[in-house]
Structure formats: C-alpha cells, structure tokens
Design a protein around this ligand. Structure first.
Ligand code: IPE
Ligand code: IPE
Ligand code: MG
Ligand code: MG
Length: 354
C-alpha cells in the first residue's frame, strides 16, 4: 500500500459507536443501562471529533498517515471509562473532560503505532498496521506526531493533570523497555510480567481516570480510588489481551494470533504453561519459546502445550480477579447507574472476546 491510497473516512458514525458501546457493556447488562447509552455515544462522538480536529498538519502526507492511524478508532475503552467516571462523580456535562479524553485516546493510539513497529505487526484493528501501510519511518514519526498533538490538546488543563499524564507516558515507555529486557526469558516470571503490565497498560488507564476524577472536583481519596480502579482494570485488560493472543479469534481482534509466542514475550500464558508442565514438556516448551524464528508448526505446538497445561481457565480467572479488585475500589464513588456501569465495564473487560 502506498500513501496515494484514498484518504480514510473518519466521519463520525454514531450508529457504529452505539454498537461498539453495546458490545463493550455486554448485551446482558445493556437492558438496565440502556438509558445511559445515548449520552455515552454522544461523549465518544465528541471525543472522536476532537481527535480528528487535532490531526491537521501542513504536510498532507502526515495528516493522512495520522488519520489512517486514528480512523478505525478501536474500542475507545479509555475515553468511555473517563466519561463514565466523570458522570458517576456527578458531572452533568462532560465538556470539560473531552479534550483530555481525546488526548488519552491519541496517546493510546500513538503507543499502538510504535508498538507495531517494535513487534513488526502486520495488522491492527483489522487493517494493515501503520508500519505496513506507510513504512517504518513514517510510522515512527506519525506516532511521535500523535503524542505531540495529544500534549497540545490538553495543554490548558491544570498542572497536576499534565504532570500525571506525563508520568503515565513515561511509565508506558518504561513498560515497553522492561518488556524488551525480558524477551525470550521464561525465568523473568510473574513479578516481571506484572511490572511490565502495570507500566505499559495500566498506568495510562489509571491516569485518565484519576484526572477525570480530579477535574470533577472530587476529594483526593476519590481521585486515588479512581486511579486504583483504573490500574486494576488495566491489569485485568492486559491479562485478558495476552490470553486472547493465544485463545482469541484473530478476525474479531483484528490483530495477528500468537504474536507473543512468536516474539518470545513471556506473558502469563507462557509463564504459567512452563510452570505447569512436566519436566520433559517443560524443556520442549522452553526450546520452542526461545526459537528466534518460529514456524507455524512451532506456534501450534506451543498452543498444544498450553492446552495440556490447562492455563486457559486459570488465566481467565486471574483477569477476573483483577476486575473484582477494580470493582472493590469503586466503594467511595456514589452509587447509581454510572457506578454500576463502571462495574460492568470492569467485568466486561475481563470477559471480552475482542
Ligand atoms: C490494545 O488496546 C493494546 C493493549 C493495551 C492490550 P485496546 O484493546 O484498547 O486497543 P483498541 O484501541 O481497542 O484497538
Ligand atoms: C500494547 O501491548 C502496547 C502498549 C500497551 C503500549 P501489546 O503488544 O500486548 O498490544 P497488542 O497485543 O499489540 O495490541
Ligand atoms: Mg503488540
Ligand atoms: Mg498483545
């Protein structure tokens, strides 16, 4: 693909946003929370709009690449959580939060663009990754560009919010570096894994929610609770993501299967598989895990060994345990439909298929 392809359409389609929110909340929960749906769809459409507004550059190639990266906006979990938290804390309008939510969504997208360069990933959100569509150099600078636009978008916010967001971005980068340092090393273990996940995924979710709480004037204890909720949900979300890498449907996920096995990324799936196998199969799994160039049959054999170790249920449960921790953190948030939705979003992220 070259940059002469038609400009992707990122016009806001509220019916698809509605379907997305319904899917994220889960149909079971949907009936009782259906009144909230139009409000949240409007919030997300507004965030999308702000993202789009932020992308313009003097150089049409850069604008086009940035639009490509943002055009299939993903699940919008981060802005959805931020809007729901703001409303749970009594905000009657989310206007003051929307640029901040757009900034977090842009940061997230930028991190995926760079992550795909690092992982050499072919697919993202069901389409060729930025890397494949525009090449490595443009993918890197476009990722940088999205980060910079994100910072600009939220320049007007209080200093504490800007600093918290900066710290979360630094943690995100630290998480990627830490992950890189443990590649092909099964002995890195669970503690290393949790350190990586807390930094590369949970930090941004926690910062988004804490900032939302702070902006709505909540006391410090509530801001802390929002951060704890976000951090636990982020860990749950990444554990589930790592499980889906092996046990998910790549068509639904829109990204390649077995990427972590292939890259020697010691996620919980690999760590727990190794820990639960007998010595002979442990040695086989380790040998395969450490291969720098794996073929499809190697990946399939690794999956068979994970099946034999019975890790699937255990890791699904671990993701749910973190979701329950997130829910417990909601205690200081006033009870009501939006808090209920925050609970459903935590459970939903631990059970999601995409
Ligand atoms: C993918 O995040 C990367 C992880 C942190 C697991 P999402 O699953 O939120 O990606 P999109 O935005 O919906 O594509
Ligand atoms: C996502 O991690 C990268 C960040 C959170 C920065 P992954 O590498 O697990 O995400 P996917 O699987 O590529 O979406
Ligand atoms: Mg990746
Ligand atoms: Mg992954």
């Amino acid at each position: 693909m070259t940059s002469s392809q038609p400009l992707p359409d990122i016009s806001i389609d509220s019916s698809s946003l509605e379907a997305l929110v319904r899917q994220t909340i889960g149909t079971e929960s949907f009936a009782e929370l259906s009144d909230l749906l139009p409000v949240l769809v409007r919030d997300l459409a507004d965030v999308d709009w702000r993202v789009e507004q932020a992308l313009g550059s003097q150089y049409s190639q850069l604008t086009e690449a940035a639009r490509y990266a943002c055009s299939t906006g993903g699940k919008r979990v981060r802005p959805l959580l931020m809007a729901t938290m703001a409303r749970a804390l009594g905000a009657t309008t989310t206007q003051p939060f929307l640029s901040l939510a757009a900034a977090f969504q842009l940061i997230h997208t930028a991190s995926l663009v760079h992550d795909d360069v690092i992982d050499r990933a072919d697919l993202r959100r069901g389409r060729p990754s930025m890397l494949r569509a525009y090449g490595t150099a443009l993918a890197i600078v476009t990722g940088d560009y999205l980060f910079v636009r994100a910072f600009e978008l939220a320049a007007e916010y209080p200093r504490s919010i800007i600093l918290r967001r900066g710290d979360a971005c630094a943690q995100l980068v630290e998480g990627e570096v830490l992950q890189e340092s443990g590649l092909f090393d099964l002995a890195a273990g669970r503690e290393h894994y949790l350190h990586v996940v807390e930094r590369k995924t949970a930090s941004i979710v926690a910062a988004g929610l804490a900032s939302g709480a702070e902006l709505s004037g909540a006391p410090e204890s509530t801001v802390d609770a929002a951060a704890t909720y976000g951090r636990s949900l982020g860990i749950s979300f990444q554990i589930r993501d790592d499980l889906l890498d092996v046990y998910g449907d790549p068509d639904l996920l829109g990204k390649p299967q077995y990427a972590d096995f292939r890259d020697g990324n010691p996620t919980l799936v690999a760590i727990e598989t190794y820990a639960r196998l007998d010595a002979k199969r442990q040695a086989e799994f380790e040998r395969l895990f450490q291969l720098r160039r794996k073929r499809a049959r190697h990946l399939i054999r690794m999956r068979e060994l994970a099946d034999a170790a019975g890790v699937r249920e255990a890791i699904a449960m671990e993701s749910e345990t973190w979701a329950e921790r997130a829910i417990r953190a909601l205690e200081p948030i006033p009870a009501g439909p939006y808090r209920l939705l925050l609970e459903r979003l935590a459970r939903g992220s631990a059970q999601r298929r995409f």
